[in-house]
Ligand binder design. Structure first.
Ligand code: URA
Length: 426
């Protein structure tokens, strides 16, 4: 096979064969196909798309470049959730122990944040002692002992995706639905989960800004799941405003613990319960213990404490607190009609909660706490948001990110997406 023939076929709008796809993905991972050749092919895919068969073959080829995990030794069905990323999206933290408390096992390989969206591992690492890197044997031990493990994906899982994602990042080819869908699904299928629920975020703070694009991505991913025999369901959920009140790392852990204690913001609780029910149903465990009950009766909190402890963390230790804080006050009295997710996400990132490059450190204590949500009444001069940072020098740029992100009107109602916009299944 020849890389140039594959590039020309896709450049001219043709359909690649399974053999061409398998060869080009494998050869690229081994370094036989050059970076510039894969860059040209990725651009041709971005411009001309891929058919459902091509996307399934591309995903399979990426999985085949690495290991595939196997949890058949467990005595419970496995189920997992993947979010496409958002602002204040700490849902994995209350969700995974809740689902485990209802009888499923949750083997979640998670990521770190990049840009204005946070990463689950960064949030959990704000808990003193908690460790994200586990061997496969340790993962199995933690899963057996607690029913849930959330940790970093090792380099052996879909290595083609790791290499291709880095290339897409610098060649303007990230925003291709077939490439995003195959990237996410190759990792989730290689992870070996028996069922999968996708939380596809929609709005200014999300990857997908419109419901149409989000539906397209969700449908493509659900199709890949079906083609690989993985029970997959997707929810389209709102990311036009932050999820919950806390945006950052330790502040989001604190909010997740409130939810596990039976409190917390309504939207975080509602989404946790909805996603948990979907995960249990996809695993064939509907009709058992209800997730809302697991949050109420403390069993989800018990699992949380065990899972944090099993990975070296101290669930009772105080979370890191920021050295500096700054209140943003309501400019006038009335109704908060807009609190833009992207603006708040960029503010938290500039405060130190996120990173611009993969190798940058993040601050555990930095972030934003929202004292009001869109639709709430606010009073002139009272705090709307509190910004937290390790260094007061970060406040000016964070405040600049909030320019235009907040709107208070004497009266009226915000125009918001419903929390769950749609559900897509095969
Ligand atoms: N997340 C992924 O894992 N891959 C993409 O391509 C985009 C987001």
């Amino acid at each position: 096979m020849d890389a140039i023939d594959v590039i020309l076929a896709k450049r001219d709008g043709g359909e690649l064969t399974d053999e061409q796809i398998d060869w080009v993905v494998g050869a690229y991972t081994k370094g036989v196909v050059a970076e510039e050749q894969m860059a040209a092919l990725a651009m041709a895919v971005l411009l001309n798309g891929m058919t459902r068969r091509e996307v399934a073959a591309w995903t399979e080829a990426m999985i085949r470049t690495g290991e595939r995990m196997d949890w058949s030794a467990l005595d419970r069905p496995t189920t997992d959730k993947h979010s496409t990323g958002g602002v204040g999206d700490k849902i994995t933290l209350p969700l995974a122990p809740t689902v485990a408390a209802c009888g499923a096992a949750v083997p979640q390989l998670s990521g770190r944040g990049l840009g204005h969206t946070g990463g689950t591992l960064d949030k959990l690492e704000s808990i003193p002692g908690w460790r994200a890197s586990l061997s496969t044997a340790e993962m199995l031990d933690v899963l057996r002992a607690t029913g849930v493990v959330v940790c970093a994906a090792g380099s052996g899982l879909a290595p083609a995706d790791r290499k291709l994602y880095a290339l897409r990042d610098v060649t303007g080819t990230v925003e291709s639905i077939p490439l995003i869908a195959s990237s996410i699904m190759s990792k989730k299928i290689a992870e070996g989960t028996g069922a999968l629920v996708l939380d596809v975020k929609v709005g200014s703070g999300a990857f997908m800004k419109t419901a149409d694009d989000a539906r397209d991505l969700a449908t493509t991913m659900v199709g890949i799941g079906a083609d690989h025999g993985l029970r997959t369901v997707a929810l389209l959920t709102a990311m036009d405003r932050p999820l919950g009140r806390a945006v950052g790392n330790a502040v989001e852990v604190a909010e997740a613990v409130e939810v596990l204690a039976g409190g917390g913001p309504d939207d975080v609780v509602a989404l946790t319960v909805r996603l948990a029910r979907e995960m249990l149903a996809a695993a064939g465990l509907d009709g058992g213990k209800d997730p809302a009950e697991a949050l109420r009766d403390g069993t989800a909190m018990d699992v949380w404490r065990r899972m944090i402890t099993a990975q070296g963390g101290d669930p009772a230790a105080p979370l890191p607190a920021a050295a500096e804080s700054h209140d943003v006050v309501a400019p006038e009295s009335g109704v908060l009609t807009r609190l833009d997710a992207y603006g708040v996400g960029v503010a938290a990132w500039r405060l130190g909660a996120g990173r611009a490059r993969k190798e940058d450190p993040v601050s555990a204590a930095a972030g934003v706490v929202c004292h009001a949500k869109p639709g709430n009444e606010v009073v002139a001069g009272r705090p709307l948001l509190t910004l937290y940072a390790d260094d007061a020098g970060r406040f000016d740029r964070a405040l600049a990110a909030l320019d235009g992100a907040i709107e208070v009107r004497p009266e009226g109602r915000p125009i918001l997406f419903p929390l769950v916009l749609d559900r897509i299944s095969a």
